[in-house]
Design a protein around this ligand. Sequence first.
Ligand code: FAD
Length: 291
Amino acid sequence: MRIDEYLNVGHTTPVSFEFFPPKNDEGWTQLYRTIDRLRLMHPAYVSVTYGAGGSTRQKTVELTGRIQNEIGLRTMAHLTCVGHTRDEIAAVADQLWEQGIHNVLALRGDPPHGQTVFTPIEDGFSYAADLVAFLRERHDFCIAVAGYPEGHIQCLNRTRDLEHLKQKVDAGANFVITQLFFDNADFYRFRDEARAMGIDVPIVAGIMPIVSCAGIKRMVTLSGARIPHPLLLALEEIETDSDAVRRVGIEHALRQCQDLIANGADGIHFYTLNQSRATTEICHALGKAGQ
Ligand code: FAD
């Protein structure tokens, strides 16, 4: 079932959850426990990441199939261009399509470990827009792409980045999921500018509840998202009290979600890091458990 049919329809804002394929048995047990709890929040869909450098190719394909076909949740596979030729991408796309995964998040991916600039391999794709066009030709996928409210970490400026987002939509993307952000003003400006540029597909807001100071510092470095100064000061004051950090982080994410719903976000996508607690608390407070 296509995800775009569930966005921007009805009176409730759809929520979705992102998972990654675990590395060991303990991680798999934890993930299935998380999925068991989060399915009670009635997600419109869940998604499974594609490991850096294409490292989880088979795991991503298998896990999306298992979640959709055995657990019964609509599932989207992330797919990146890193290290793959066109033929390899075609093989992954065919495998997904054959097992009923018809929703794909098409990404360029980050440069492989140790490299700062993304260089396509021979007969590979340079940008996500190329991957979108390729997938659009291959199967009738519902295709999502990434958007960056504060600009992609490598972009020359935000307007140029939006022009590149427009290329992805023009190539056939059906909706956008944003990078995580902590200040809704960044999202609203991004959405307004995207609409003004003619990007008229649904734009889903990416939210990551802060649950630890170390974790969020790592995420900020990787994603380029800024932490608003008052939030940073509040977190620094309680840095050594992990329960207090979690409480402040969850309250902040809940306020973001309430405001996004009030301002007509097309959906909210939670970066769960395979943990259920923070996302469950927020979804409960948003009334998602009873829907
Ligand atoms: P693109 O849209 O190709 O953009 C990459 C950069 O190139 C941008 O700076 C853009 O402005 C620029 N650009 C685009 N087109 C052109 C052009 N024609 N000429 C010049 N410059 C251009 N990574 C993973 O490895 N696995 C995942 O599962 C994963 N999931 C993600 C999920 C979401 C919702 C998001 C927001 C990101 C995810 N990422 C993931 C990270 C993503 O791969 C990186 O942010 C990556 O650096 C960019 O991918 P992209 O698809 O946005 O690339």
